[in-house]
Unconditional design. Structure first.
Length: 396
């Protein structure tokens, strides 16, 4: 039995926390990061693919059908395939940079599928699985990383904001938007994604304060992949991240971020709280970044193979596959068809990226100000003269 399964079966509440257990006391200096070191989490599906009952959260996935389970599996497989293709494209010089989600598929698909169409999502720059759930074409995500656009999609078409590179700032945007939702009397919710590194930013703390004071209908979804680039979580916080919600007066819960069912259930609960006027919630999805922070990073310089191997054994996709097979919810024909679909997606993504046209050189000056600005006009004219100089040189 895993530590996580014990935590899932014997939850104990603590002040300000929806669920969780108290684990073995560990000092910051001797804390050792491994797959079984953090017992405080909700889990419905173990790494071995076994289903555990949970009195608090089972009702949020009670009606899930085998078809929906296969859909969650398909989402994770296709998201991982897209992510792998994007990483390869960057390595081959087709993209300037790429931030992989490898290992975090369950956290993103589970939470993304918990949202309603009228909910609004504020991502960072790694939420490729959430974008998939919101109906954003994967090829649109790559335009920014190829340098041909500033996002590639209309945020209001999918209620999915553009990627945010400034660490943590989107939590403020989400809080303000949620306050507006409440003032409008709507029953929708807002969800803001950020990582464990961003949780150390002042913007995030300010967002917690304002959302609590104004009872904003927002869910703060922290994907704790345990590494803020090369900085481990225990050097950022003396307590588990979800417990920070206590000091701001709203609940926090830690869920096994590699358990797509657990994430789906907990996020549905948190979003329902928001929609019913109960205010904000902090969800910490305890997961692991199997790859590099971005393609400019070398994770072998700050973490060992043993740690990664321990987490590979808890792979979110393999976990759900084991459950599907054990429950007779999927056969080999399903997996074979999905493999073919996965390869077709990779091919489509590669062809789409290579076919992307160069951007309009003057697009950068558009939408800087709603009504235009004399300085922008001057800069546009200077840039036009600069571009024309190349044509003049070519004619000479």
């Amino acid at each position: 039995m895993t530590v996580e399964s014990t935590a899932a079966r014997t939850p104990r509440r603590s002040a300000g926390s929806k669920a969780g257990t108290t684990g073995t006391k560990r000092t910051r200096t001797t804390a050792k990061k491994d797959a079984g070191a953090e017992p405080q989490l909700v889990q419905l599906l173990t790494p071995e693919g076994k289903r555990f009952k949970n009195a608090e959260y089972d009702k949020y996935v009670a009606g899930i059908t085998p078809e929906e389970l296969r859909g969650l599996y398909r989402d994770m497989v296709l998201t991982r395939r897209f992510d792998a293709e994007a990483t390869s494209l960057q390595r081959q010089g087709e993209l300037g940079l790429w931030a992989s989600l490898l290992g975090q598929e369950a956290a993103q698909i589970g939470s993304g599928r918990a949202t309603r169409e009228d909910d609004y999502v504020f991502p960072t720059y790694r939420e490729h699985g959430v974008a998939w759930c919101r109906g954003v074409d994967p090829t649109n995500l790559l335009g920014m990383f190829r340098g041909v656009n500033n996002g590639g999609w209309d945020p209001n078409s999918n209620n999915f904001q553009l990627y945010t590179i400034v660490i943590g700032s989107q939590t403020l945007h989400a809080t303000g938007y949620a306050m507006g939702v409440a003032k409008d009397g709507a029953d929708s919710a807002v969800i803001a994604y950020f990582g464990d590194g961003a949780s150390s930013q002042g913007d995030v703390a300010e967002s917690f304060t304002f959302s609590a004071v104004y009872n904003a209908p927002v869910v703060f979804f922290c994907q704790n992949n345990q590494w803020a680039i090369s900085e481990p979580t225990e050097k950022q916080s003396r307590v588990p991240i979800y417990q920070r919600a206590q000091g701001f007066g709203f609940p926090g819960v830690r869920v096994d971020g590699n358990d797509v069912l657990g994430v789906l259930a907990v996020t549905r609960w948190a979003l329902e709280r928001a929609r019913s006027g109960e205010g904000p919630t902090l969800v910490e999805a305890f997961t692991y970044r199997m790859g590099a922070h971005t393609t400019s990073d070398d994770p072998t310089r700050y973490r060992g193979d043993e740690e990664r191997q321990a987490w590979e054994a808890k792979d979110p996709i393999l976990r759900l596959r084991r459950y599907l097979e054990a429950s007779n919810h999927a056969d080999e024909g399903f997996f074979a068809e999905l493999e073919a679909e996965s390869e077709a997606l990779g091919k489509r993504v590669r062809e789409a990226v290579r076919a992307m046209p160069d951007p309009d050189h003057f697009a950068i000056f558009e939408n800087a100000y709603a009504d235009g600005h004399a300085l922008v006009d001057e800069e546009r004219a200077q840039f036009a003269a600069y571009q024309a100089s190349f044509a003049d040189e070519g004619g000479n």
